[in-house]
Design a protein around this ligand. Structure first.
Ligand SMILES: O=C(O)[C@H](O)[C@@H](O)[C@H](O)[C@H](O)COP(=O)(O)O
Length: 256
């Protein structure tokens, strides 16, 4: 098996980044749908991840994607009611999913805080959903494409530095006392993130520069969780100029 590809692509601004990634996303999904009957995509929360979805919605090419043949999952979720403004799935619906013909059955959102489940039961339920959609013998879906945002502390999904969840060998974890509000969340684990064929990280802002620079210079996953991210085929960091200031120059693949 060839070595997984890692790229850092720098954009002049956050707006340029989300527009470019939206275009690449549409092209990638159309290409994948020409090769396979269904495509699985794992979405992220965060302003840049949601910005990409809004840019997809604004694209005249958005319906070149066959929304009937794409399964959408989430990398993490805030433990809030189903239609709460802070909910990643609600933000994705508002930004894009409410504007395209994606069947309800294709949306695999985490249970919400008003689902009647406890936080721990919700984690178990999502793990069961991942397992039932996985290849035979596998414990979770191997996503064709998984998006991640990155926090100023290097967190991805809801996996934060120096926390036990980083070493969890399961598939879904319940998060309490999250450093990023709200305090209770649900998250995929690092093994499930890294099972994805393609991982696209979307990172903007000066406040991310240090964590990104540390991660790309080889810091440990416990210090900056983004350091532990590695897709099976590719890992692409889409960053704006502000977030790229501490990235070793030799790692930058040019500007989009
Ligand atoms: O639920 C969440 O909050 C996100 O999943 C989180 O991991 C986010 O992606 C990062 O905090 C980056 O957020 P920004 O893109 O807004 O910087």
């Amino acid at each position: 098996m060839t070595q997984p590809r890692r790229q850092v692509i720098v954009h002049d601004s956050k707006d340029a980044l989300v527009d470019s990634v939206a275009g690449r996303f549409i092209a990638e999904i159309v290409s994948l749908q020409s090769e396979q009957s269904r495509v699985s995509v794992c979405l992220t929360g965060g302003s840049v991840g949601i910005g990409v979805l809004a840019a997809v919605a604004a694209s005249p090419l958005r319906n070149t994607i066959n929304w009937g043949r794409i399964d959408l999952w989430w990398g993490d979720e805030r433990w809030v009611p189903a239609h709460h403004a802070d909910r990643n799935a609600q933000q994705a619906w508002d930004a894009l999913l409410g504007s395209v013909e994606v069947p309800e059955a294709n949306l695999h959102a985490f249970p919400a805080a008003d689902s009647g489940l406890t936080l721990d039961e919700a984690a178990v339920k999502y793990a069961e959903d991942l397992r039932s959609a996985a290849a035979p013998g596998d414990d979770a879906v191997a996503f064709d494409l998984l998006f991640l945002g990155v926090g100023p502390d290097g967190h991805v999904a809801s996996l934060f530095p120096r926390r036990g969840e980083l070493d969890d060998a399961g598939t879904v974890v319940a998060i309490r006392d999250s450093p990023k509000p709200p305090p209770e969340r649900l998250s995929l684990t690092m093994p499930v993130i890294n099972k994805a064929q393609r991982v696209w990280l979307v990172v903007a802002g000066q406040d991310k520069a240090s964590a990104l620079g540390l991660a790309l210079a080889g810091a440990s996953v416990h210090l900056v969780p983004v350091a532990g991210v590695q897709g099976q085929r590719e890992t692409i960091f889409f960053v704006d100029n502000d977030a790229a200031v501490d990235v070793p120059r030799e790692l930058i693949d040019g500007n989009d």
